[in-house]
Design a protein around this ligand. Structure first.
Ligand code: GTP
Ligand code: MG
Length: 360
């Protein structure tokens, strides 16, 4: 567990400075070590020189490394987890799932299914690894008031029978025999009263592991991403550390608040900082980060490509996977992988059903 006492171990950090750092959200030596001097001095209200000194001391202490050998990089990459959508075709396209330690950006027009995708991941991250999850919790920053616990309930109940049995055993202490008697793989309408009660209890367990905060404007959203670090620190040594940080929508507030060409640089700068805060949680906690983004529509840029995500290059460089979701007939959606560093671009299909995201 972190406290300002940890920070006081650092050369040049007394209790007053430690408190300032703590108040600014730098709770661990590691979080100081990966900060930039400008950012630290601005956020914590310490001078530039002091900030640089503190960061140097933290880097010595925290072993965040500078140059790394290929072997070390490989070792860190081996820790990368894969969070599956549980739609086999999509997971194959993603090389096994969305990676931890990086940001996946999903973009698409309204109603394309970005929020559905994010809800499903908040469920899937909690599943054991053998079922495509990370066995961890989710932090969900909701900027458009679209998070729906009822939708999570449908998605949990809509999990495959075998997965349901395993999570009921894990979360509700059922034995293998007892869980089999519940016949959870039956049609929803054929479930016994007891099975329904068990599923409701299971839903509560899942909802308890999704930490949702609503962001009222872009500054609030930035603060919440900083707070997400605290939650991730707090949960680090629990049974369900943070495995997913979702921000839905990443860009909506920024887009609404920073209108016009004159505000573009400022907007990009803020978004850039925000993305780095998100990336930091993902790297330090080996978590997947998933953010949603709208596509540019005509009023914003007369000559812009309407299938381009908002935010331009800054998002492009900080997000590793970009997924473009397109509406097709009825509940069908085309999922396109764009610009992935070590995977071929590709397309796959899924359906948005009552039970969640499902194969075609
Ligand atoms: P914006 O946030 O407006 O940009 O859109 P989005 O991309 O987040 O879309 P969202 O994920 O909200 O997708 C909405 C679509 O998902 C709806 O048009 C429905 O087709 C589908 N959907 C949402 N809820 C349900 C549900 O409970 N059952 C089923 N079958 N489909 C649903
Ligand atoms: Mg949405």
């Amino acid at each position: 567990m972190s406290s300002s006492e940890d920070l006081e171990q650092l050369r040049g950090v007394g209790s007053a400075t430690a408190d300032k750092l703590q108040d600014a959200g730098y709770n661990t030596i590691k979080s100081v070590a990966v900060a930039s001097p400008g950012e630290l001095s601005e956020n914590a209200g310490v001078g530039d020189n002091t900030a640089a000194k503190i960061i140097r001391a933290a880097r010595q202490e925290a072993d965040v490394g500078g140059f790394e050998t290929g072997a070390q990089l490989l070792e860190q990459r081996q820790k990368i987890g894969k969070l599956k959508t549980l739609v086999p075709e999509v997971d194959r396209m993603l090389g096994g799932g969305m990676e931890t330690q990086s940001i996946t950006e999903t973009y698409g027009e309204f109603g394309s299914g970005k929020s559905q995708f994010t809800h499903q991941l908040a469920v899937n991250v909690q599943l054991p690894e053998e079922h495509g999850g990370l066995g961890q919790s989710a932090v969900f920053i909701d900027t458009e008031d679209t998070f729906r616990p009822e939708r999570v309930a449908q998605m949990v109940k809509g999990l495959e029978g075998e997965i349901l049995e395993d999570v009921v055993r894990r979360d509700l202490d059922y034995t293998k025999d007892d869980v089999e008697e519940l016949e959870l793989d039956a049609d929803i309408s054929d479930l016994s009263d007891e099975a329904n009660e068990v599923l409701d209890d299971l839903v509560d367990e899942f909802l308890d592991r999704i930490h949702v905060a609503k962001a009222f404007n872009s500054n609030h959203q930035i603060l919440l991403a900083e707070k997400a670090r605290d939650i991730a620190d707090d949960l680090e040594d629990t049974d369900f550390p943070v495995g997913l940080l979702a921000v839905d929508s990443l860009t909506a507030h920024f887009r609404a608040e920073y209108v016009g060409r004159g505000n573009l640089a400022n907007r990009q700068q803020k978004l850039n900082k925000h993305m780095h805060d998100i990336l930091r949680v993902a790297s330090l906690h080996n978590a997947a980060a998933v953010v949603t983004n709208q596509v540019q529509s005509n009023p914003d840029s007369m000559f812009g490509d309407p299938t381009k995500p908002v935010g331009g290059n800054i998002l492009g460089h900080t997000s590793t996977f970009r997924i473009y979701i397109r509406k097709s007939k009825k509940d069908k959606r085309i999922i396109k992988l764009v610009d992935a560093p070590n995977l071929p671009d590709g397309e796959s299909v899924l359906r948005i059903k009552e039970e969640g995201l499902k194969p075609e």
